[in-house]
Design a binder for this molecule. Structure first.
Ligand SMILES: Cc1cc2nc3c(=O)[nH]c(=O)nc-3n(C[C@H](O)[C@H](O)[C@H](O)COP(=O)(O)O)c2cc1C
Length: 193
């Protein structure tokens, strides 16, 4: 299924064609070289002062970490579809700058850039992605063995798109729903051509 964005002017195909599916091929194994490319894309994202306040935890299907995340950190709706994917990259951030100042909003912004870089790289490789914020933030740090100053911010689901009818209920309904966005008139406050 394609859900290419409808735009007022052309945008890069890798951006237009990206969307966040929930139907994944449960037999597809993500190649190590693809995972490495995705992690490298994250590593080379820009960040404020080049602090790179992010950590990546890759948990591929079949690993103990993947099973533990499924059993102890994924909940409700997300637990119904995400485990069919090939794996996850959980992105965590440092809570403080190297000199001890509160870092969270800058670090979250930087982590978003790293995640989007990984998303675009994955899309380029034909790998679908779905960012998930709905995980248990109490159990995840322990599962990943994070220190007190590091907090998980998002779980990036990676895998091969499967047919929508492999899903049921609300997940199926959302899979076949059109992608929607606010209009440019609603969000461009100044200077829209
Ligand atoms: C930070 C973040 C957290 C998200 N958390 C969830 C989630 O917990 N469960 C889910 O099904 N989708 C989640 N999404 C996916 C969004 O709902 C999705 O990106 C949005 O509806 C736009 O759809 P598109 O990515 O297909 O264009 C999340 C996306 C982001 C960026």
């Amino acid at each position: 299924m394609s859900k290419t964005a409808i735009t007022a002017a052309p945008i890069a195909p890798v951006l237009a064609d990206r969307w966040s599916p929930r139907a994944y091929d449960s037999s597809y194994v993500l190649a190590d070289h693809d995972l490495l490319s995705i992690l490298e894309a994250g590593r080379w994202a820009p960040s404020a002062n080049n602090h790179q306040p992010w950590f990546f935890s890759a948990a591929m299907r079949g690993s103990e970490l993947f099973e533990q995340i499924n059993a102890e950190a994924l909940e409700g709706f997300n637990a119904a579809w995400a485990p069919n994917a090939s794996g996850y990259v959980v992105v965590s951030i440092l809570a403080k700058t190297p000199d001890g100042r509160d870092y969270s909003h800058a670090a979250a912004y930087d982590a978003g850039l790293a995640v989007m870089s990984m998303v675009v790289q994955a899309q380029e490789l034909g790998i679908a992605t779905h960012q998930v914020g709905g995980f248990n933030r109490t159990t995840m740090p322990g599962i990943l063995g994070l220190g007190e100053d590091v907090q998980p911010i998002v779980l990036l689901v990676l895998g091969k798109l499967a047919a929508a009818d492999t899903l049921q209920g609300p997940a199926y309904e959302r899979e076949i729903a059109p992608r929607v966005r606010k209009t440019l008139d609603e969000i461009v406050l100044h200077g829209k051509p």
